[in-house]
Design a binder for this molecule. Structure first.
Ligand SMILES: C[S@@+](CC[C@H](N)C(=O)[O-])C[C@H]1O[C@@H](n2cnc3c(N)ncnc32)[C@H](O)[C@@H]1O
Length: 265
């Protein structure tokens, strides 16, 4: 028998709103039903060249060559294809080290004409450099399985112009969301944890209400939590047992977190 998805409470229930699994991305997606996923959000290791460590966990993040990283990702996205609905979208979260490779890879796997957006997540915090512009954004590549059928609800952000003061406008492809600060209640101590506010925007924009969000590198479970809070369902897995334990704890406490966090209604 293959690996088994369980609820945050540890029960086996094939159609629960949230299911978790500790497994390699490849093994996790092999268990999924065909055409069952509305949104694949993947935040894989960025190939930073060393381990990523935090108070609550650690994962390896180095490949001998960038081609090795591309091959690793290619195999896993290709293995996920069967689980995507024809109306599904794919979001791959990378940074300056690999975004150009990932874009070509996704062109190859999904089709260059299936590209929708190159989103820039501008997060602000961190150091500066005297030798270059400070690197203060990640890249999220957005592709549609079928450019004629993908679901999209444009997020709205506060308008900045004097004419539209106090109103909202449709968001651009630059998402201004602060990274998690040291005092934030949502901080778990898991390395590279993404902010709930970012995943809230992505999930609401790219997955229909009630739809299924798959995160096969779920880390601390941010995507799963945002999906539940937004009334979506989620399948979240990670190869690292520390990650799955943290995600499980966060999802078990989801009701309280959702009430406390003003970002998540
Ligand atoms: C950038 S982190 C994800 C962080 C997450 N988005 C969050 O908000 O906490 C990448 C994750 O990929 C996981 N990972 C690495 N190799 C994997 C594999 N082969 N299959 C599944 N997960 C993997 C790591 O354990 C790590 O948790």
């Amino acid at each position: 028998m293959g690996p088994e998805w369980t609820t945050p409470e540890g029960d086996a229930s094939a159609d629960a709103p949230a299911l978790l699994l500790c497994a390699d991305w490849l093994d996790a997606v092999a268990t999924l039903e065909a055409a069952s996923v509305d949104l694949l959000y993947a935040d894989p290791p960025f190939n930073t060249g060393g381990p990523r460590e935090g108070r609550a966990g650690r994962f390896d993040d180095s490949w001998a060559t960038v081609d090795g990283w591309v091959g690793w990702l290619e195999e896993r996205i290709a293995a996920t294809r069967h689980a995507l609905k024809p109306s599904a979208s794919v979001l791959v979260h990378v940074d300056w080290r690999t975004s150009h490779h990932a874009r070509l890879l996704l062109d190859r796997l999904l089709g260059a004409d299936h590209f929708v957006n190159h989103l820039v997540w501008a997060y602000g915090l961190g150091g500066s450099s005297a030798r270059r512009f400070a690197r203060k954004h990640d890249d999220i590549l957005f592709y549609a399985v079928d450019p004629q059928r993908y679901w999209f609800d444009p997020p709205r952000v506060p308008a900045t112009s004097r004419r539209l003061r106090g109103r909202t406008k449709k968001a651009t492809d630059v998402l201004l969301v602060p990274s998690i600060n040291n005092m934030a209640a949502e901080r778990t101590g898991y390395p590279t944890q993404k902010p709930l506010a970012l995943l809230d925007v992505l999930v609401r924009a790219c997955c229909p209400p009630g739809g299924v969000v798959l995160d096969p590198c779920c880390g601390s479970g941010t995507t799963a939590l945002a999906a539940l809070a937004a009334g979506r369902r989620t399948r979240a897995s990670d190869a690292n047992p520390d990650a799955v334990r943290i995600a499980r704890d966060r999802l078990r406490g989801a009701a309280a977190t959702i009430r406390r966090d003003p970002v998540l209604p």
